[in-house]
Ligand binder design. Structure first.
Ligand SMILES: Cc1cc2nc3c(=O)[nH]c(=O)nc-3n(C[C@H](O)[C@H](O)[C@H](O)COP(=O)(O)O)c2cc1C
Length: 345
């Protein structure tokens, strides 16, 4: 098969190079672009990110613990741990376990609660020079609405990301797995949020994710994050007991990448692409190559979560690798790559 680019000049992870490139070279139009001229900015609704790489909820706290490991101002955005109206201690340990190619977590939404988040965490986060996306969770529509309304009034909050993978205590439904309940929730929050960008984070634990995606968009979501973790479990065969105190947990990491990628592709083609709604793609991204796959599938931005536990500087490596990939193919803006998957073999 004839390569569509010159493999001798394939991008490296080193960054800082001016690379001769691909398609135009093959066509005899030798040219090169400098890495610094690649436009890495993307738009998530009304929010412009300096690059498409964001950190994921629950994997880097509120920024204060993670800040010493890397310059957070180099990220596209930082996403906080889920914030709920009241503080939560979460589940009893053990609440994380490593699995083949990933991990299971059942943290149980442990967080400081809305009041302490605003008083103690938000000032630190806003001083880090990175747009803050605050992930919000709750058990009733009223709880989500109250938390989102309060956070929308905080200028330091650039975006609100609804974690809808929580059971609704009123009727036992998980908002994220029922298109009707999800639409109702998003509509209620939409009516109260005026300033921050409203992002809905979809659960993958459904038969057809396009249905919940369509419900979220129809109800006013400005962007979709996808996906949250897949429900799974691990068993300790000596004790004949589940490893996690909660029995089940959410699977994340490279093990879920092909599944998440497929869901992004499906939603982009069927719902989000035609509606012009951006997707923040996530699930097992470790390298810039993974990020390129998600962008080709239709993601406008990409999120890094579990990989941070192995190397906290992963997002920077992904940004630089992505930039080199684009430069090596004479693509002047990352936004040009979104959904640009060739059809067939
Ligand atoms: C330890 C841990 C805690 C998480 N906590 C949250 C959370 O509080 N809210 C949420 O919406 N997602 C949470 N997630 C899901 C991630 O944000 C992300 O959607 C998922 O892990 C897939 O991405 P990854 O494979 O890159 O980690 C958590 C994931 C992990 C591993």
């Amino acid at each position: 098969m004839r390569p569509t680019y010159d493999t001798r000049t394939a991008p490296t992870d080193t960054g800082g190079l001016t690379l001769p490139v691909g398609r135009r070279m093959l066509a005899g139009m030798e040219s090169s672009i400098n890495l610094s001229t690649v436009d890495m900015a993307v738009r998530i609704g009304r929010l412009t990110l300096r690059n498409p790489v964001v950190t994921l909820s629950g994997t880097c706290g509120y920024g204060d613990e993670y800040g010493p490991f890397m310059d957070l101002s180099l990220l596209g955005a930082f996403t906080t741990k889920s914030v709920t109206l009241e503080p939560r201690r979460g589940n009893a340990p053990p609440r994380v376990v490593e699995t083949a190619g990933g991990m299971l977590n059942a943290i149980g939404l442990a967080n400081v609660g809305l009041e302490r988040f605003i008083a103690e965490k938000l000032p630190v986060l806003s001083a880090l020079g990175v747009p803050a996306i605050v992930n919000v969770a709750g058990h009733t529509i009223e709880e989500y609405v109250k938390v989102c309304r309060t956070l929308d009034a905080q200028p330091a909050v650039a975006g609100l990301e609804l974690n809808v993978s929580c059971p609704n205590v009123a009727d036992g439904l998980v908002f994220g797995t029922d298109a009707g309940a999800l639409g109702e929730l998003v509509r209620a929050v939409r009516a109260e949020v005026r300033r921050a960008v409203l992002i809905v984070k979809l659960s993958p634990n459904v038969t057809d994710i396009s249905r919940t995606a369509a419900a979220a968009i129809e109800a006013g979501a400005e962007a979709l994050s996808m996906v949250n973790t897949f429900v799974g479990m691990a068993i300790d065969i000596e004790r004949r007991r589940p490893v996690l105190s909660n029995t089940t947990g959410g699977l994340s990491g490279p093990a879920i990448k092909p599944l998440a990628l497929h869901m992004v592709h499906r939603v982009y083609r069927q719902v989000a692409g035609p509606a012009g709604i951006p997707i923040i793609g996530m699930g097992g991204i470790v390298t810039w190559r993974d990020a390129v796959e998600f962008i080709l599938a239709g993601a406008t931005a990409v999120g890094i979560g579990t990989a941070l536990f192995i190397d906290p500087t992963t997002p920077l490596k992904v940004v630089e690798g992505l930039r080199a990939y684009l430069a090596s193919r004479n693509i002047l803006a990352v936004s040009e790559l979104v959904g640009r998957l060739e059809r067939g073999r």
